[in-house]
Design a protein around this ligand. Structure first.
Ligand SMILES: [Zn+2]
Length: 257
């Protein structure tokens, strides 16, 4: 929520949002040192939960160096040494969003380092799949990295930003899949509902991006309205927007509503 105003929190509370989880994100510029990340992790674990609490929303977070900044392996190595300092904070759910941005060799190396960190500390994992480069290839590479670490239980991994051509392989691998709703680009509400109708509702959720570009924090409740308009049962809507996220996130003992 670092890119968002307090009005966004107020709107989310008004729409019935009771909790959110925030992936460690790109700052709008590449940070120059691990200390920059240490300060950012303090914001995610100290200040942001208080800001959300003012609106009755529980704030949870994930920690990592985002794939967008993962080209610099030396910096990533330093950041990964900082992360354990924050792992016991009460709102930390796990490692994320890790993954690939340009599908480069260095990004794969940093992804492997993150997966190892998550496995050795028994953390949940949230994964970003690429938007600009080949998403299918990137998702395949990510699934292979995760599969290669036998300590990782597939059901403890959420693969985010799935689309029609990647959702099948994610579910087949035993992971959860997230559809990220955007107003203009990427996954629209109509496509997200189509995917639920086509692939079922198990191990799937929708999420809203709080991005630097056009993105809508209320995308999930708005998509629920569209699902209702299509005539879907209330129980199915509740499963996708509340029960499924709760089931996945409750694998962390820190996720208490
Ligand atoms: Zn992402």
């Amino acid at each position: 929520m670092v890119s968002r105003t307090t009005d966004d929190y107020a709107d989310m509370a008004t729409a019935g949002c009771v909790a959110l989880c925030e992936p460690a994100f790109w700052a709008g510029f590449d940070r120059s040192s691990a200390d920059g990340f240490r300060d950012y992790f303090r914001q995610l674990t100290e200040y942001e939960p208080k800001r959300a609490a003012n609106y009755g929303i529980k704030h949870f977070t994930w920690l990592c160096i985002n794939p967008k900044e993962s080209e610099d392996v030396a910096l990533a190595t330093d950041v990964l040494e900082v992360i354990p300092e924050f792992m016991d904070c009460p709102n930390v759910l796990g490692i994320g969003e890790i993954g690939l941005n340009k599908n480069s060799r260095n990004e794969v190396k940093v992804l492997e380092m993150h997966v190892n960190l998550a496995a050795s500390h028994d953390q949940l994992i949230l994964v970003h799949t690429p938007h600009l480069e080949d998403k299918h290839k990137g998702t395949r590479l990510i699934l292979d990295v995760i599969k290669n670490d036998s300590r990782i239980k597939p059901e403890r991994v959420m693969i985010d930003h799935v689309e029609e051509h990647t959702i099948g392989m994610v579910l087949d691998a035993g992971h959860w899949g997230g559809m990220t709703l955007y107003p203009e680009s990427k996954c629209s509400p109509a496509r997200a509902i189509d995917m639920i109708e086509r692939f079922g509702s198990d191990r799937l959720w929708w999420d809203a991006a709080c991005d630097w570009g056009p993105s809508v924090p209320l995308a999930v409740p708005r998509t629920a309205v569209e699902m209702r308009r299509r005539g879907h049962e209330e129980a199915l809507i509740e499963k996708v927007i509340f029960e499924n996220p709760k089931a996945f996130l409750s694998q962390s003992e820190r996720f208490l509503l």
